[in-house]
Design a protein around this ligand. Structure first.
Ligand SMILES: Nc1nc2c(c(=O)[nH]1)N[C@H]1C(S)=C(S)[C@@H](COP(=O)(O)O)O[C@H]1N2
Ligand SMILES: [Mo]
Length: 331
């Protein structure tokens, strides 16, 4: 997002990107399509069919006893983004900065065994094996919109439970005001840690009330299966009313702290990415408008864009947390 300056000035689906699948469908097939004179849209359709068999699906969460979300208003009725798009058009800079990089490169990540350490201002700090985290609460399917700060969105059925469940287990102390999420930074598993765009590990954070909000999902799966590596296996956070970069992937440490955490994108470009980063169509990014968005896999290249919704459509659930705050100042 910061350095991704294509000729339009920022990252959005130009034909070469809207067909990310072509990049891993193999050079031969890609050239074949070019030779056939395929235009953007045709190429995209071709690439999707051709690549379908090539996306490795990680398989079922076992046991996957998902129940439909019991969080009021949390499940959108919009059409789901096709699995292929959600798992091949990604931002995961530790595996490369192009949208098509993570699906090609993230196979080097080893999501098992995995532990998540919970520390800081809590009564009961501890290390959780992934299997124990799975079992801490019933897994729910939550269909959330994901709105990237770059101007595109998806609708994804995530699998997990409210982060609050874990937080309550460790009993936060009264002076815990924020939660910091630290993600994996292992050069042996991630080939692009030396790109110098971001300071790794990728750090994100939430204010305590945001972290404890039932919509904030500790996420282990999507589309009824475990998370593919490129989507943040084996555990990530999903905060649906904030821009996508607030949802850190492959979390290894959760810290309860007193001060607002220094987050990766804020450190990298403080004038562009604030701590709050609530989806807000009325507050533009300094280099582009946030009023509209393109739905990946659905809205064609020349289709009219959709209007971006306040708090990504979750205003009824989360708006209260920001009452009286100047959202232009706290962007
Ligand atoms: N560790 C890590 N987490 C990350 C990122 C990243 O580069 N590294 N990118 C973020 C951004 S910009 C977005 S939009 C979402 C994308 O999630 P998805 O690929 O599952 O759609 O992941 C977020 N989490
Ligand atoms: Mo993003």
């Amino acid at each position: 997002m910061l350095i991704k300056t294509d000729r339009q000035g920022f990252d959005h689906p130009i034909p070469s990107e809207i067909a990310p699948a072509a990049a891993y469908a193999g050079r031969r097939g890609f050239l074949k399509a070019l030779a056939a004179g395929a235009g953007g849209a045709t190429l995209a359709a071709w690439a999707q069919r051709e690549a379908f068999a090539q996306v490795q699906r990680p398989g079922k969460l076992a046991p996957l006893n998902t129940i439909k979300s019991n969080v009021a208003g949390a499940t959108t009725v919009e059409k789901l983004t096709p699995y292929l798009d959600a798992s091949s058009y990604n931002n995961y800079y530790e595996f490369g900065t192009d949208k098509s990089d993570p699906v090609r490169n993230a196979h080097t990540l080893k999501p098992t065994p995995w532990t998540v350490e919970v520390e800081g201002l809590v009564k009961k700090p501890g290390k959780y094996a992934l299997e124990d985290l799975h079992k801490l609460a019933g897994l729910e399917e939550r269909i959330y919109r994901l709105r990237c700060v770059e101007g595109w969105s998806m609708v994804i059925p995530w699998v997990g439970y409210s982060f609050a469940t874990l937080a309550q287990r460790v009993e936060p102390l009264g002076n815990a005001k924020y939660v910091e999420f630290l993600t994996l930074a292992d050069p042996k598993q991630m080939g692009y840690l030396n790109t110098r765009i971001l300071d790794y590990p990728y750090v994100e954070g939430l204010r305590m009330d945001e972290a404890m909000h039932p919509l904030t999902l500790l996420t282990f799966g999507m589309y009824g299966e475990v998370l593919p590596n490129q989507n943040g296996a084996p555990v990530r956070i999903v905060v649906p009313w904030k821009y996508g970069f607030k949802s850190g992937k492959s979390i290894v440490k959760i810290r309860f702290v007193e001060r607002e955490p220094k987050t990766a994108w804020n450190k990298s470009a403080p004038g562009e990415y604030g701590f709050y980063s609530n989806v807000n169509p009325n507050v533009d990014h300094p280099r582009w408008s946030q009023a509209t968005e393109r739905r990946i896999g659905e809205d064609g290249l020349f289709a009219k864009k959709r209007k971006t919704l306040m708090f990504n459509g979750y205003e009824a659930q989360v708006g209260q947390m920001y009452a009286g705050m100047d959202l232009k100042k706290f962007y």
